[in-house]
Design a protein around this ligand. Sequence first.
Ligand code: G6P
Length: 369
Amino acid sequence: SMAEKGGFKHFMLKEIYEQPRALSDTIRGRVLSDQGKIVFEEFGLTRDEMRRIEKIYLVACGTSYHACLIGEYIIENIAQIPVEVDIASEFRYRNIPFEKNSLFVAITQSGETADTLAALRYAKKFGVKTLSICNVLGSTASREADAVFYTHSGPEIGVASTKAFTCQIVALYILSIGLSIAKGVFPKIFIKNLLEELLLLPRMAEETLLLDKKIQLLAKEVYRKPNFLYLGRGVNYPVALEGALKLKEISYIHAEGYAAGEMKHGPIALVEEGFPVVFIASDDLYLEKTISNIEEIKARDGFIITISSSKEEKLKKLSDRFIYVEGINSYLNTVLFSIPLQLLAYHVALLRGCDVDQPRNLAKSVTVE
Ligand code: G6P
């Protein structure tokens, strides 16, 4: 009913709109920004245990796997610890020569995904310390891991994950800051700044939701296209993967995410007049490179949709449709850019008459291998 959906037409839309609140619930109680500190106990790991970690394995399925890929960039930059990311169904059957002082992190909204649980058990068998980043309280992953960090996103009903994903990014951001503090990688003032920026996120997510009408109009222009390409660099590469997955899952349009720098090695062959390419770009050191990629798509008459925190004239001029998102920092912008991508998938699926909350062949939680 409309009532259980809080007046929204679908759970997915309700959950997209719940993000400002969900994000602040993930942050609350974990961050003491005025002191430039995080609450280590929230990770079930002591500061000393965090200090000793020399290698991190991030493992998950589906959308949670994309959060891992984002986490890889964040942890390597902020905590300067080497990270390896894998899909749980692959990880569980590998022969991994685990490095000592490793931390295995399972990321799972439900805490019940069979492959993710198998990967967690595999790591435990080798005596690796394990942490679950989970949303569902008391779930199997939360019980079986040595430590658990809850995202507190609230129940997610829509099969396509939205708020759970953006809260997972925040959890990884907080984890990376914890590790960074424990290892003393950066001066206190730098950490304090990262934490203060985090506190801006819920309000900025609220602002970003105001793009909904604009995205709805964009959806009307593109919903009949049979293929989409999503491109980003650096931490926005996994954002592109997730944008494509969201569209594919609920609208059944073929969509592919790619690293922008890799497009010339394949996907560019598909580009012809009107072919939609979604670019995701922060106002950072990657911007110039992304603009070059956009120029290459432009030269082939592709239809360029840009989602960016940059107001660079050249970027706007090259784009057929330009979606400006007020940014915070490159890491947290991944959360903000995900919002218009979720809304685009939602509106396109709606226009195509798809069952947004219950897409065919998909399950909310995959409890069998
Ligand atoms: C299913 C869902 C996805 C989810 C994935 C992993 O495929 O449809 O939305 O990302 O499982 O689920 P988890 O609960 O482990 O995050």
